[in-house]
Design a binder for this molecule. Structure first.
Ligand code: ADP
Ligand code: MG
Length: 145
C-alpha cells in the first residue's frame, strides 16, 4: 500500500496557481490516475488556490500552504491561507455566490470543487484564514511498491 505525503509553501502570486496545480498533479501521478481524474484534481486545486489569492489575500502578498497525502488509492489535499477568512461558510459555498461580483467572478469555485472531488471540508476563521480539505479516491489500483 502506498503511503506518502508532501507540503508546499508558495507566495500568493497569480503565476503560482498553474505551478500548484501541476505540482499536485505530479504528486497524484503515483496513484496511476486516468487523464480525467488528473484533470479533475487540477481543476479543483486551481479553484482553491485562486480563492486564496483573490479572496484570502485580496491580491496582497501572503503564503499559501498546500499539503497532500496519499493513503492507498485516496488522495487528501489541503489548501490553506492565513488571509481574511470567511464569515459565512454556508453562504460562500452556495452555487453562484460571490463576494466580488465586480470582478466578474462566477461564484462557482466551491461548486466545481464539490463536483470534481469526492469530499470537501472548509474551515475558516475571520481574520485568521481558510483551510480547504478535499479528497478523491482513484478507481485504478496503483502499482505496489
Ligand atoms: N480562501 C478564501 N478566503 C476568503 N474568502 C473565500 C476564500 N475562498 C472562498 N471565499 C469566499 O467564498 C466565495 C465563493 O467562492 P467561489 O465559489 O470560489 O466563487 P468566486 O471565487 O467566483 O467568488 C468568494 O466570493 C469569497 O467570498
Ligand atoms: Mg473562486
Amino acid at each position: 500500500m502506498i503511503k506518502n505525503n508532501m507540503k508546499l509553501e508558495i507566495p500568493s502570486l497569480s503565476q503560482n496557481e498553474a505551478f500548484a496545480r501541476v505540482v499536485v498533479a505530479a504528486f497524484a501521478a503515483q496513484l496511476d490516475p486516468t487523464i480525467e481524474e488528473l484533470s479533475d484534481i487540477k481543476t479543483a486545486v486551481s479553484e482553491a488556490v485562486t480563492n486564496c489569492i483573490i479572496h484570502g489575500y485580496e491580491n496582497t502578498q501572503g503564503i499559501i500552504i498546500i499539503e497532500c497525502s496519499i493513503i492507498s488509492t485516496k488522495i487528501e489535499i489541503t489548501i490553506a491561507d492565513k488571509g481574511k477568512g470567511i464569515n459565512n461558510i454556508e453562504e460562500a459555498m452556495q452555487p453562484l455566490y460571490t463576494s466580488k461580483p465586480e470582478l466578474e467572478r462566477s461564484g462557482m469555485g466551491f461548486t466545481v470543487m464539490e463536483e470534481f472531488m469526492d469530499s470537501i471540508k472548509v474551515h475558516s476563521e475571520v481574520g485568521r484564514g481558510t483551510e480547504i480539505i478535499m479528497t478523491k479516491t482513484f478507481n485504478s489500483l496503483p502499482n505496489e511498491e
